[in-house]
Design a protein around this ligand. Structure first.
Ligand SMILES: Nc1ncnc2c1ncn2[C@@H]1O[C@H](COP(=O)(O)OP(=O)(O)OP(=O)(O)O)[C@@H](O)[C@H]1O
Ligand SMILES: [Mg+2]
Length: 553
């Protein structure tokens, strides 16, 4: 098959032979240009750009071999078919091929053989061209394939995302189920506890009516015990919601650990060796001491559960400076922290447990043995305190849980309040002093007022913010304001305290809080001469707080 572009250059100085070859090729359909000398051949190369050069070895002006070399150098795309009538030995053919010819024929050449030889060369040419084109499009094809792969990758990513959404939905569903479970459990427990309270109080009333006063103590005790358990239950629930009322104070964590050591030792039992490594110059931490004790106890219990065959428990305190990188990861401020860590040599946790251990309701313990609230309560408390908690665990080696608490700069103004003194210690301490109590709950108000009167204070009452403010403005002598934080009437307890302090800068204030409004009490909100007591509280605890405030202790 030929095409118009496929021009053949026929170089031969013998005119008759040249003519014969030209005719043969033209008959076969090729375009042919001719040359009789080497120089002319090179001019034709330039002008006609032939695909094949038919080149006689013996030319008048230069050797055909030399012409071949020049063609191959300057027109590498042209195929050269060397022909010769006189150089017909093997060595001649070798020399011809060595000088770059693609083929070599000895003359005379049969016309059919000549055409076949030229066509064979052209086939070679076309194959080479095809290869070159293929190479040229290689990049395109690589790009196309890459795009296909990218698309496949994208599909895969979408599938993974879909799947993780499904997993998240499942997790959410499991969480809701767990919450449902727990809500049912709480309702059940609460009903039991309420039965204890209501029953105890009912019998108490009956016995008093009958005049059998000697027997009432038992029922009062039963009611109080039930109420305490109910309070503990709500506390645990509020803790992981980070809604618990915290009372952050400067805490010497070493002192706290030392005071807890005996209790922890008893908790973990004789099978576990316990040691404490306390930093010598430990900074003060700012947190709620009771909650920290709780957290330490929770960690000790977890450690004990992880070491059923005994082991070693280490409680360690340290000063830690968190740098920006780690602090940013933990979403806390960089700076100084007091670290309390608990290390055990127990079972350790696989990574998937580590990542979920702080989740509320996440437990690996059998039903009835763990609620999965311990670590989430701890985490909630620590985060609410502006700190951070982390778990390091090695399966089969043990676990360290570390709590980072923000450093308090300054003196320890208060030691941890672990047991409140009772009101009975100093009866009638309040002689002559006046307290304003503001609370919208009549029962709470009545109990507080009665307690205050019992302590020898004069008590004034108001049921909402505006009423409280009116009394504050009209009564000249008020030594202490005791106010609920959540109040009806448009002025809450904090606003009431602020307004009161504008007129009486030194006024002592005791806030009573439930859970909902505690978000308002981050660290630093309580000013000098203010304190906080959280519901539910015992009247003894209330009395101790009031005494401490009024007497400036
Ligand atoms: N020291 C530890 N060693 C090994 N695993 C632990 C350790 N502490 C916690 N875990 C794992 O983390 C889970 C969650 O702990 P968390 O304290 O929140 O709940 P719990 O101990 O199961 O129940 P609860 O504390 O409410 O009684 C545990 O069930 C346990 O699988
Ligand atoms: Mg636990």
């Amino acid at each position: 098959m030929t095409s118009p572009s496929e021009t053949i250059l026929n170089v031969d100085d013998t005119e008759a032979i040249r003519y014969a070859k030209t005719r043969t090729l033209r008959r076969a359909g090729f375009t042919v240009v001719e040359a009789g000398t080497g120089a002319e051949a090179l001019r034709q190369m330039e002008a006609a750009r032939p695909v094949v050069a038919l080149l006689d070895v013996k030319l008048p002006d230069m050797s055909g071999l030399e012409v071949c070399r020049i063609i191959k150098r300057d027109f590498p795309g042209t195929l050269v078919l060397q022909t010769s009538a006189s150089f017909i030995e093997v060595a001649d053919r070798v020399r011809g091929l060595d000088s770059g010819a693609d083929s070599y024929m000895t003359e005379p050449v049969e016309p059919a053989e000549l055409v076949a030889a030229v066509e064979a060369l052209l086939r070679l040419r076309r194959a080479e061209d095809a290869l070159r084109r293929l190479n040229a499009t290689l990049e395109e094809r690589v790009q196309a394939r890459t795009a296909e792969l990218a698309a496949a990758n994208e599909r895969l990513r979408a599938e993974i995302e879909e799947r993780s959404k499904a997993e998240e939905a499942l997790r959410q569903a499991q969480k809701m189920e767990a919450i449902g479970h727990l809500t049912g459990g709480i309702a059940h427990d609460f009903n039991n506890l309420l039965t204890g309270i209501v029953g105890g109080l009912g019998l108490l009333k009956t016995r008093i009516a009958e005049g059998r006063v000697a027997e009432v103590g038992r029922y009062a005790d039963a009611a109080v015990a039930s109420a305490r358990r109910a309070a503990a239950l709500t506390h645990r629930l509020l803790a992981f919601a980070r809604r618990q009322p915290l009372d952050p104070k400067p805490v010497d964590v070493n002192v706290l650990v030392a005071s807890m050591e005996e209790l922890v030792r008893r908790t973990v039992g004789p099978g576990v060796r316990m040691e404490t490594v306390l930093a010598g110059d430990l900074w003060l931490a700012l947190c709620d001491a009771n909650q920290l004790e709780n957290a330490l106890l929770n960690l000790a219990i977890n450690a004990r559960d992880a070491m059923p065959d005994g082991g070693r428990l280490t409680i360690r305190t340290e000063n830690t400076l968190l740098d920006g990188t780690y602090a940013a990861q933990a979403e806390i401020a960089a700076g100084p922290y007091v670290t309390l860590s608990v290390t055990d040599t127990g079972t350790g946790m696989p990574p998937e447990v580590v990542t979920r251990a702080f989740d509320p309701f996440f437990t690996t313990k059998p039903v009835g043995e763990g609620t999965g609230l311990g670590l989430s309560q701890l985490y909630g408390f620590v985060k609410q305190s502006g700190g951070h908690a982390r778990i390091q665990s090695e399966l089969g080696q043990g676990t360290t849980v570390s709590i980072y608490l923000p450093r308090h700069h300054g003196e320890a103004t208060d030691t941890p309040i672990t047991s409140l003194a009772t009101a009975a210690d100093t009866p009638h301490a309040g002689s002559g002093r006046t307290v304003l109590i503001v609370d919208d709950e009549p029962v709470v108000r009545m109990l507080v007022v009665d307690t205050l009167r019992e302590l020898g204070y004069a008590a004034l009452e108001a049921a909402d913010g505006p009423a409280g403010l009116r009394i504050l403005q009209s009564e000249p002598r008020i030594d202490l304001l005791v106010t609920d934080v959540g109040l009806p009437g448009g002025i809450n307890g904090r606003q009431l305290a602020d307004a009161a302090r504008e007129r009486r800068p030194g006024l002592k204030v005791l806030f009573i809080t439930g859970y909902a409004e505690t978000a308002a009490f981050g660290p630093g909100v309580l000013k000098e001469g203010m304190a906080l007591v959280t519901k539910p509280f015992t009247l003894d605890a209330l009395a101790a707080r009031i005494r401490a405030l009024v007497e400036g202790a």
